[in-house]
Design a protein around this ligand. Structure first.
Ligand SMILES: Cc1cc2nc3c(=O)[nH]c(=O)nc-3n(C[C@H](O)[C@H](O)[C@H](O)COP(=O)(O)O)c2cc1C
Length: 346
């Protein structure tokens, strides 16, 4: 079976929503699709050893849920066990993905202590083994997202050379080191040299820039400046303006519309999960015992992280957010929003 390479089909200068743990789940991707989608989505990262274990698989599969409007979409995975990379890679095409991306840039202490994310920059042999094992088990194109280096910016040439020699389908470079976290401006001064290195070593590998790119206006300028760059990945820009993949700044009404859509999608996913756990409890007594006899839906608190994206930039936004943070479920959120709408109407 010859699978198509999605990276080769994207327009030059394409846009990508960055993978963001706790943010870019299936619900949020649908909200962004309503606002104006990028050319490509990534999932949040999923741990390969979690997928490879009986206990963790259910949770991993939930993170790897794809809906029809997501495609094209890349599954991002992380870990340090080459065999588990292979096992996870083997499953991704059937789950509806167009590619898989290996995270070699996450600076999180726990992720790095487990040998994954940016820690891979320090274990290049293991990193290449993970890439090869993943590639051996899937026809999907394999890409990597990484940083310039672990400690020093000067590491970039050696590290990116190692990666580019693997002939990846795509390479996303977050233009900072692990040590710099997101505390210093991205090193745009290196872009031309990085493009040259890619052209020399792996001209078919798509090069995606990431770090401090906020919106499509900025992307347009960069396309002019660096025609050799293939794609642009936006992360936190979506918090400031969920319409950042279009040339539009969302009005308060439009942002509230997106919040309402988010609530609707959350409720639907919650019901689906409740029904699923209830059914499983009926079939599996041990599971029912573990659940304490109570079917569970989605946790509500993580939904609160999104309020800031939709409620900002107008008088009274901070007070409204404070009220929403007190809510315990979506009905309470809707009540608070209804009071706001009534006040506005009067
Ligand atoms: C809340 C949050 C979660 C993130 N989770 C991931 C992740 O799961 N995988 C990943 O490769 N990068 C992750 N990142 C990093 C982003 O993908 C991106 O590289 C970084 O935010 C820099 O881009 P930006 O300046 O456009 O935000 C995360 C960033 C944030 C803010």
């Amino acid at each position: 079976m010859d699978m198509k390479n999605i990276w080769a089909e994207l327009p030059k200068g394409f846009t990508v929503l960055a993978p963001m743990e706790g943010v870019t789940d299936a619900i949020f991707r649908q909200v962004i699709t309503r606002a104006g989608r990028p050319d490509l989505f990534f999932t949040e990262f999923t741990n390969v050893s979690s997928y490879a274990s009986e206990k963790g698989r259910e949770n991993a599969l939930e993170r790897l849920k794809v809906v029809a409007t997501d495609r094209p979409i890349i599954a991002q995975i992380w870990g340090k066990n080459p065999e588990h990379f292979g096992q996870t890679a083997a499953a991704l095409a059937d789950l509806g993905f167009d590619g898989l991306d290996i995270n070699m840039g996450c600076p999180d202490k726990h992720v790095n202590a487990a040998g994954g994310g940016a820690a891979m920059i320090r274990t290049p042999e293991l990193a290449m083994d993970c890439i090869r094992r993943a590639r051996a088990k899937t026809e999907l194109p394999v890409s990597v997202k990484t940083r310039l280096g672990y400690t020093y910016v000067e590491e970039w040439r050696t590290w990116l050379t190692t990666l580019l020699k693997e002939n990846l389908a795509a390479l996303t470079v977050h233009l900072r080191t692990r040590k710099e976290m997101s505390k210093v401006p991205a090193h745009f001064e290196l872009v031309e040299e990085i493009v040259r290195l890619r052209d020399e070593l792996a001209p078919t590998t798509k090069l995606i820039l990431n770090g401090d790119i906020k919106d499509l206006w900025q992307v347009r300028e960069m396309r002019e400046k660096w025609p050799g760059v293939d794609g642009y990945m936006i992360g936190r820009g979506v918090f400031e303006n969920p319409f950042c993949f279009t040339e539009h700044i969302g009005t308060t009404e439009e942002l509230l519309g997106l919040l309402n859509l988010h609530l609707e999608l959350f409720d639907a996913a919650d019901m689906e999960k409740l029904a699923k756990t209830a059914e499983r409890m009926r079939e599996d007594a041990e599971f029912a015992m573990r659940m304490d006899g109570k079917a569970r839906g989605l946790a509500f608190d993580p939904l609160k992280h999104y309020f800031k994206i939709y409620i900002h930039g107008f008088n009274g936004a901070a007070e409204l957010r404070a009220k929403l943070m007190e809510c315990k479920n979506t009905s309470e959120v809707r009540e608070v929003l209804a009071v706001l709408a009534e006040k506005k109407a009067s």
